[in-house]
Design a binder for this molecule. Structure first.
Ligand code: SF4
Ligand code: MSK
Length: 654
């Protein structure tokens, strides 16, 4: 096994899994070697029954599929299929939440209420819904119906796209990539990839952008906004991350997946006195609800529920032998879980009507009976506690403190203070050269990389170069485990300019903003920076970038695309499966910059990726004629020395 996580908790449990003969994602990955070269290059097509066809990458064998499609068509068409699948996931996630809001408005839910009245009213205004003399439920109902209409809208423009800077909107219209309706874009993109439909590389790439924009400025934004209305706007909150959050003497209940509808209620119900008493009767000291993946991020940023791990840790969490119940909803749930759980007492229950797993019991979640279902699930976890084999419990001690929950709205207050909510201090810090730029470090963790470690190396290098980092998803969990989500991280890793800003505001240098769908918050943050003034008039003018070095999911491709189409430079680690076509690769990594102001780069080495990003930020700064950076970039050793000096000064003053 060449690459493995830097995280010692994961290493410890992986060793245990090997001893117990439990196969994990790393071994399955090894067994797949060498992976199919045609697949990696994007040169395999299965779109019709004349095939499957594959193009010889070296130009010696077949140059065309049976239908005559060449390498450009096949790679671009494959890319569009994958982008569409990713966008469909986020768009559907947004739809689920909108339907839940509608059910609440009709008085048919159990246990939900409108938690963020201000956001509900602001959104209603944005969707031109009158709010005067209406109850919150009436407003919520009207809003949900309007959003659902946008899903099926055939012509026109989706409302949230109008949040983008005017110049960007104009460009989308000019290029005919302004999204019309979420469902329309998904259907049209898929239909274009059918044999004999769209056979032009550029046109297929433009479709990638349109369908992805319907996710970033559509479904994902809908999911974020409605989650804030239903579950509350996240605020900075302390918690802990890593396998060590599992408890030896409590009932451990894990929520895993993406949709917060059930996990939020479970977290609430598990605190009820009746269940705590019941757990005690079964010999446990209490009930410990923790999360995995993005469901974890949702309840982490709103309730401070600890996170047991990211994507690659889902099997390891079960291998600790300490989990009574794992509730899975959808997305990023490994079908392998049932096999791992069968080695322990752990019960896994699937809860979403769209996601079933062979060998896993299904208890369907319905908002109408949310409390009843949540209570029966918590009960199941408690009942399973006596089945735990204490001799097989191995919980690593590693768990790290984090401060999370930074939203677009929150940043106004953290930077500007309670009475002068503004992005001005952030803009000034960029303009004056304290902060070089802002970079979103997002996405999955992947056994092809250093399993979370690539994010950590990249982020440390960015911080040293005075780059403010915003995170979501499993990348945020990886950095959380390393201690980068604590305010103190500013003194350990940040360059002198960034650390000054963090010291003045109390912010960590890495801001955790939520789950994968919450990348939409990063788009809005870019818009707010522009509105504040002094840094250009379009997102492509800003010294910002996005990166997902360990991307795994098709959702990451969609995220990358909506950032590129919004004018952002995006760096992926493992390349997109496009290298089979030199023309497509060149279009994505060079020509697109001239067309949309954003584009792609592929770089697996985290330090080289950081340098690419820094070079890009500097180029943008130069174009904006911003001041030179205020302080020189110091080596990690020099930063450590300054930090030690500072710590001893603090001790002396005390
Ligand atoms: Fe082969 Fe063309 Fe059919 Fe693809 S669409 S499988 S390249 S014949
Ligand atoms: S869960 S999409 S592995 S970030 Fe959102 Fe993590 Fe990637 Fe799934």
């Amino acid at each position: 096994m060449k690459k493995f996580s830097l995280d010692s908790a994961s290493k410890e449990i992986l060793d245990l899994a090997k001893k117990e003969n439990i196969r994990t994602v790393w071994e399955r990955y090894e067994l797949q070697q060498p992976q199919c070269g045609f697949g990696l290059l994007g040169l395999c097509c299965t779109n019709c029954n004349l095939g499957p066809c594959r193009i010889d990458p070296f130009g010696e064998g077949a140059e065309f599929g049976v239908c005559g499609a060449d390498r450009d068509i096949i790679t671009a068409r494959n890319l569009l299929r994958r982008t569409t699948a990713g966008s469909a996931c986020h768009n559907d996630h947004g739809r689920d939440l909108t339907l839940a809001l509608l059910t609440l408005a009709e008085g048919r839910t159990q246990g939900y209420r409108i938690k963020c009245e201000e956001k509900l009213k602001n959104l209603a205004k944005e969707f031109s819904i009158p709010v005067e003399n209406k109850s919150l439920e009436e407003i919520a109902g009207d809003l949900a119906k309007k959003i659902l209409c946008e899903y099926g809208q055939q012509e026109g423009e989706i409302t949230f796209a109008h949040r983008a800077p005017k110049k960007r909107q104009g460009l989308w219209r000019k290029l005919k990539i302004m999204p019309r309706g979420m469902d329309r874009e998904i259907t049209e993109a898929l239909s274009r990839t059918n044999m004999g439909v769209d056979n032009d590389l550029r046109s297929l790439v433009f479709s990638c952008m349109r369908v992805a924009l319907s996710d970033g400025w559509g479904g994902s934004m809908v999911a974020t906004e409605i989650s804030d209305i239903l579950f509350g706007l996240p605020e900075p909150i302390r918690s802990q991350i890593n396998l060590g959050v599992l408890k030896e003497d409590e009932v451990n209940l894990v929520v895993h997946g993406h949709v917060p509808l059930l996990s939020d209620i479970v977290a609430q119900v598990a605190m009820e006195e009746e269940f705590i008493q019941k757990a005690k009767e079964k010999g446990a000291k209490g009930i410990n609800v923790v999360g995995i993946c993005c469901t974890a991020n949702e309840v982490l940023v709103r309730r401070g529920i600890p996170v047991a791990g990211n994507f690659l840790q889902q099997e390891l969490a079960i291998t600790t032998g300490a989990i009574e119940l794992m509730l899975v909803d959808l997305q990023c749930i490994m079908p392998a879980l049932a096999r791992v759980a069968s080695c322990f007492h752990t019960k896994i229950i699937s809860t979403h009507e769209k996601a079933r797993f062979y060998g896993i019991e299904h208890i369907e979640f319905r908002e109408q009976e949310a409390l009843d279902i949540a209570r029966s699930l918590v009960n199941l976890a408690i009942e399973n506690f006596p089945n735990r084999d204490k001799s097989r419990v191995n919980i690593p001690k590693e768990r790290m403190d984090v401060v999370v929950g930074f939203t677009t709205e929150g940043i106004f207050h953290h930077l500007g203070g309670k009475f002068r909510a503004t992005y001005r201090p952030l803009n000034n810090a960029i303009i004056e050269g304290r902060i070089r730029g802002v970079v979103g470090v997002v996405g999955c963790d992947n056994p092809k990389n250093l399993s979370g470690g690539s994010h950590i190396q990249l982020v440390k290098e960015l911080l040293r170069n005075d780059v403010l980092v915003v995170q979501t998803g499993c990348a945020a969990i990886a950095c959380g485990k390393e201690g980068l989500l604590r305010p103190e991280a500013a003194f350990e890793y940040a360059g002198l300019g960034l650390r000054e800003v963090c010291e003045a505001t109390g912010l960590p240098p890495v801001l955790h903003s939520g789950a994968c769908v919450d990348n939409s918050r990063i788009l809005i943050e870019c818009c707010e920076i522009l509105k504040e003034g002094g840094l250009g008039e379009d997102i492509s003018d800003l010294p910002v970038a996005g990166t997902a070095l360990e991307w795994m999911s098709e959702k990451a491709i969609a995220i990358g695309w909506y950032c590129v189409a919004s004018g952002i430079f995006v760096v992926f680690g493992t390349p997109l499966p496009v290298l089979g076509s030199r023309n497509l690769e060149k279009f994505l990594t060079q020509e697109l910059f001239e067309i949309v102001g954003g584009g792609w780069a592929f770089e697996e080495d985290p330090l080289k990726a950081a340098q690419l990003i820094i070079k890009h930020l500097d180029k943008k700064r130069e174009k904006l004629k911003l001041k030179a950076m205020m302080y020189p970039v110091l080596s990690p050793e020099e930063l450590r020395e300054i930090n030690q000096k500072r710590t001893s000064e603090v001790i002396l003053t005390k």
